[in-house]
Design a protein. Structure first.
Length: 316
């Protein structure tokens, strides 16, 4: 989900990157009781949709009727996000906090993605400062999850560094889920700390993840990496459209993104470990200037997002 690695994901897609892991067994279910949360990314992350003339970086009021969680980007330990979290709570949404910059720093080039991140030496002090500034201990009910690390293995974050960050966070907030999302090309090398609660991966430009064998193999491989029985799956739904990627490579027409959404939803129903669906992404222009976000999809596609979100969240 990081802009830096996007071109590499596209490149691997074009090359037909695939897995040889044996497909696992799943049980088809008809209800959504195990899926508790639905939302989109880039809701409050300082991204201004370039496709309109309005300066706007918080889209909470556009998604709250069919979402119960929204992400907030944290850059510095001194960032005060109390008002942002409260605003989402007033719309019946909890906050997912992006914490990559609190814990990790860019130290060089190389590795799978072309960039190398390392745990900051002062990560504990930075986390403690952020917790204090925002009085997080007394406002835990506003937080849905801590998102720690951007595709950690893909971006060369070592297991030791990832575990140090997630273990320390868990020691201070044992009841708030910790989320990681890995790039699909790095799942084989991924190691998941036991302090992580929610795990997902991103692989886009696929019309039907239910029937795409490569995607299913990647999903089964990811689940095989889980390290305790309480860990849950977060499905990253493809809710953006890039003509040369989705169209030329994926064979998906813009109006077929409605089918893509429903296919992910059906997969979430089948995979009973799924606790949440996150759509990547809401505003347009991210990753590449011509990208279309969920916000600017055809009405029929947006109505499908709305239907799915309302069914999961129970919002009327």
């Amino acid at each position: 989900m990081n802009k830096i690695i996007y071109k590499f994901i596209i490149a691997f897609f074009v090359l037909g990157f695939s897995s040889c892991i044996k497909e696992g067994q799943s049980t088809l279910v008809s209800d959504t009781n195990h899926i508790k949360y639905f939302g989109f990314t880039l809701i409050d992350t300082f991204w201004d949709d370039p496709s309109d003339t309005v300066v706007k970086t918080d889209y909470s009021n556009e998604v709250h009727e069919f979402s119960n969680m929204a992400d907030i980007l944290v850059v510095n330990p001194s960032d005060n996000i109390v008002e942002r979290m409260n605003a989402k709570a007033n719309l019946q949404m909890k906050s997912i906090l992006h914490l990559n910059e609190i814990f990790f720093e860019l130290v060089g080039t190389g590795g799978q993605s072309g960039v190398i991140y390392k745990l900051r030496n002062d990560y504990q002090n930075r986390w403690n400062e952020f917790v204090s500034v925002n009085q997080l201990q007394s406002s835990q009910e506003l937080i849905q999850a801590f998102y720690i690390g951007e595709e950690p293995t893909w971006n060369s974050i070592s297991f030791f560094d990832l575990k140090s960050a997630t273990d320390y966070t868990k020691s201070t907030f044992p009841d708030i889920p910790i989320l990681i999302i890995e790039a699909y090309t790095a799942i084989n090398e991924l190691q998941i700390p036991t302090s992580v609660d929610w795990i997902g991966f991103d692989h886009y430009f696929i019309k039907n993840p239910n029937t795409d064998q490569t995607y299913r193999n990647e999903l089964n491989l990811l689940k095989s990496k889980f390290t305790n029985n309480q860990q849950k799956l977060v499905l990253i739904m493809d809710t953006h459209f890039i003509d040369f990627a989705h169209g030329d490579f994926g064979g998906i027409a813009l109006n077929e993104m409605k089918d893509v959404a429903n296919n992910y939803y059906q997969l979430a129903k089948e995979e009973t470990l799924t606790i949440a669906i996150l759509g990547y992404f809401w505003p347009s222009g991210f990753d590449v200037p011509e990208s279309i976000g969920a916000r600017n999809m055809p009405l029929a596609v947006k109505n499908e997002y709305r239907r799915i979100g309302k069914e999961i969240t129970g919002k009327k």
